[in-house]
Design a protein around this ligand. Structure first.
Ligand code: NDP
Length: 473
């Protein structure tokens, strides 16, 4: 018997917390989960799910245009933003309720309240002031968008938290940032009918992704009519009669109806009472954990974005599951972070798994690159000026495939499947030995026979006559 009110108290009912709570309960633990907002967390409520719904909505624009090339006559389509917002809201409310129902079905007690740590094994429910003692506490409070840089008038700007529920579609949207969120929303809003401008402080979008893919995304954004400025920062946001004036470095000014700041996210650790329990944070305010998601305090664990390891939903879910198996299932599991597939849902979308060319060249002595840049079959009739890029990176010494990157329709779906092969340690020869499925874009991945470039550590650049830059045909 135990003196604790619960075996596990989970703070935050997002992807990681919900999975941990349910699995722990299935292992027989008495679990309480507290959520101050809506059950489901960022992914379900104001992240992946509503974003993907909006991506679908935006792509109809291309479909209507493309249809003509296939013999269809489409009357000029019109788009109703409030209708999309309402449909999206209905779906995420439903999903949130499913999450709640599944928690309850698993025997988890759900508390609709903010919860803060009162000590290493004590949590206070802010709504009632009630204290709950727990043998183990899991912090899974996620992260929130930052409003940076810290410039006058930044309070006028919105973040990805607000963008899903704007009362009307902005005619002119300025997006600050060039990461996942900035690129995805630029692509969405440009298709829904907004005039979109992006102000990016770097020299390109999507830092950290493969260089050729970054260029491909940049070109696709430009083709969508998005105005891109690189090497600029906002310095001031002012309210104007019709919206906002934004001053950028280099003296540029942009008028916009909405300004979306998408310059990263910060772990939600403020005011959680972590100091009451002595939990250590890193310099970004993320909770420091070991391979089993345990903090420096034995009874306290943390999973998901609040730990700032890999800020992706499936990773948080896996961390939550591994935590529950480790602590309550008697099966210690450290999450393996290798070969995590990821996608940027621009249009066309970018799907990737494993090393970029740049990472591979930094890590390996000899790297082979196989690349294709082609016009997708659909574009032959639609007339769309779209390119599909594919790239396989292999270790030239072992032939092992280190990374695969695709920019094109269904790239995310392909990346998910490629992740299995790469996780299994597939060699380029295994790709070559795989029969193609025709006619698909994906068949290109198993028919890429000609090396585009080989890089050797000692050699400054691509060697030999077969070192054509990606894009040359
Ligand atoms: P990202 O880290 O992806 O991008 C941030 C962008 O803002 C970069 O372009 C960065 O520039 C720029 N930036 C950072 N600080 C400043 C500043 N002070 N002034 C001006 N620009 C700045 O963050 P996001 O907000 O786009 O997304 C947050 C996280 O959410 C992602 O990292 C990802 O983990 C997750 N996410 C995943 C998605 C998916 O899986 N499809 C979709 C959306 C989000 P620089 O490159 O120079 O640093």
């Amino acid at each position: 018997m135990t003196d604790f009110d619960a075996d596990l108290f989970v703070i935050g009912a997002g992807s990681g917390g919900v999975r941990a709570a349910r699995v722990a309960a299935m292992h027989g633990a008495r679990v309480v989960i507290a959520e101050e907002f809506r059950i489901g967390g960022t992914c379900v409520i104001r992240g992946c799910v509503p974003k993907k719904l909006m991506v679908y909505a935006s792509r109809f624009k291309d479909d209507f245009e493309d249809a003509a090339g296939f013999g269809w006559s489409v009357r000029p389509p019109s788009f109703d933003w409030p209708k999309l917002v309402a449909a999206k809201e209905k779906e995420i409310s439903l999903l949130s309720e499913v999450y709640r129902a599944n928690l309850i079905k698993s025997g988890v007690r759900v508390e609709q309240s903010r919860a803060e740590l009162d000590g290493p094994q004590s949590v206070r429910l802010c709504a009632s002031g009630r204290k709950v003692s727990a043998r183990t506490v899991l912090v899974s409070t996620g992260a929130s968008p930052v409003l940076e840089p810290d410039i006058p008038g930044r309070g006028f700007a919105i973040t990805s938290n607000e963008v899903f529920d704007l009362p009307e579609l902005p005619k002119r949207l300025l997006i600050i940032g060039g990461g996942y969120i900035a690129v995805e929303f630029a692509s969405v809003f440009a298709r829904l009918g907004s005039n979109v401008a992006m102000a990016v402080r770097g020299e390109n979008v999507l830092r950290g992704f493969d260089g050729d893919m970054r260029n491909g995304v940049r070109d696709a954004l430009l083709r969508s009519g998005i105005e891109l400025s690189f090497g600029v920062l906002p310095t001031n946001v002012e309210k104007s009669a019709a919206g906002y004036h934004v001053t950028l470095t280099k003296g540029a000014r942009v008028d916009a109806d909405q300004v979306l700041i998408a310059t990263g996210r910060r772990p939600n650790t403020k005011g959680l009472g972590l100091e009451n329990a002595g939990v250590e944070l890193d310099c970004l305010g993320a909770i420091k954990v070991d391979a089993f998601s345990q903090t420096n305090i034995d009874s306290i664990y943390a999973v998901g974005d609040v730990t700032n390891r890999v800020a992706l939903t499936p990773v948080a879910i896996r961390e939550g599951h591994a935590f529950a198996d480790t602590v309550f299932g008697g099966r210690p599991e450290a999450v393996n972070y290798e070969a995590i597939p990821t996608a940027v849902f621009s249009t066309p979308e970018l799907g990737c798994v494993g090393s970029t060319e740049e990472e591979a060249r930094a890590a390996c002595d000899r790297v082979d690159v196989y690349a294709a840049n082609f016009r997708p079959l659909k574009a032959a009739l639609s007339g769309r000026a779209e390119r599909t890029l594919m790239k396989i990176i292999a270790d030239a010494n072992t032939d092992r495939v280190l990374g695969a990157h695709i920019l094109g329709e269904d790239a995310a779906e392909m990346a998910q499947l490629l992740a299995i092969a790469i996780k299994l340690g597939a060699k380029k020869a295994d790709f070559d030995a795989t029969m193609a499925l025709h006619p698909t874009a994906a068949e290109e991945l198993v028919t890429l026979r000609t090396r585009t470039a080989r890089y050797e550590r000692e050699v400054a650049g691509p060697e030999g006559p077969d070192c054509a830059p990606l894009g040359a045909e």
